[in-house]
Design a protein around this ligand. Structure first.
Ligand SMILES: [Zn+2]
Ligand SMILES: [Zn+2]
Length: 270
């Protein structure tokens, strides 16, 4: 039993065989998936993309939100739409939101403003947040801004959050755990150069982690370079199992229980 805590299933790369992708996930034991609802960003009519999938496919829940890449495109009608979409019962989190100083597709001050505004909206909607955070090369910049903004605008809500596709250091992992966040590990934990991610996964308590694919991106070894899909989430579980001396199935079950507990989705399906 496995849960993919973060996947972009609306992506055009799934248009030709989306039903088969879901069937393969089920076949692999992936019983729950969280579809991320950023779509193509504000102004493209796709901010409801994850909700549509969640209503169409069993075992899929949804998020809404504006990715930091597209922060500069966000206008008031987009925030109004998100406020309305967040009322859908399939929406269990707000995200992915945060800071990306690696690509800088939107100016950093705008990224911060749109991040803060969405934290306020998530608070009003009583939803936890899914964080995307990427600093520029050899820099702590986005991490410092992230934890400062979380301290100023989020931690006191008590709603919690998830650091998705964790790529930081053990210090960043400790900082996230200290403020009560869950840490989600993606397929890049299998990459030879990703020792920092494996170190973080090694120290993280097993009841504080999720696994994800971030599909169609970041396919794990041995699928690296190909399109990623939820069935491949098992490779992150396999890697973490090795670090903790557990079986892959045990990590799958534990991370599924974590997901259901954190999002208050009821008991583990048998
Ligand atoms: Zn992301
Ligand atoms: Zn993502």
């Amino acid at each position: 039993m496995y849960t993919d805590s973060h996947c972009h299933l609306e992506n055009k790369r799934f248009d030709s065989d989306r039903a088969e992708v879901f069937a393969r996930a089920r076949q692999a034991g992936v019983t729950a998936m969280l579809a991320i609802g950023n779509g193509d960003g504000p102004g493209t009519g796709t901010l409801d993309c994850a909700i549509k999938l969640a209503h169409q496919f069993d075992g899929v829940d949804a998020t809404v939100g504006i990715h930091p890449h597209e922060a500069a495109l966000a206008k008031q009608p987009d925030f109004d739409e998100l406020e309305r979409l967040a009322l859908d019962p399939k929406v269990i989190a707000w995200g992915e939101i945060g800071l990306d100083y690696y690509y800088d597709h939107s100016p950093r001050d705008v990224q911060q403003r749109v991040f803060v505004q969405q934290m306020e909206m998530a608070h009003a909607a009583k939803l936890p947040i899914i964080i995307h955070n990427r600093p520029s090369d050899n820099s702590e910049n986005a991490w410092e801004d992230l934890f400062r903004l979380l301290r100023e605008h989020w931690i006191s809500t008590g709603l919690g959050g998830v650091l998705h596709c964790f790529t930081g250091t053990v210090e960043h992992a400790h900082a996230a755990l200290d403020i009560g966040f869950m840490i989600s590990f993606a397929g890049n934990i299998t990459y030879p150069k990703a020792q920092n991610i494996r170190d973080a996964a090694h120290l993280a308590p097993l009841d504080r982690i999720f696994i994800e694919t971030d599909s169609p991106y970041l396919a794990p070894v041995p699928h690296r370079g190909k399109r990623n899909e939820p069935a491949f989430v098992i490779e992150a579980a396999r890697q973490i199992a090795g670090l903790h001396g557990k079986t892959t199935e045990e990590i799958g079950r534990q991370t599924t229980e974590n997901f259901l507990r954190f999002f208050r989705l009821g008991s583990t399906p048998q």
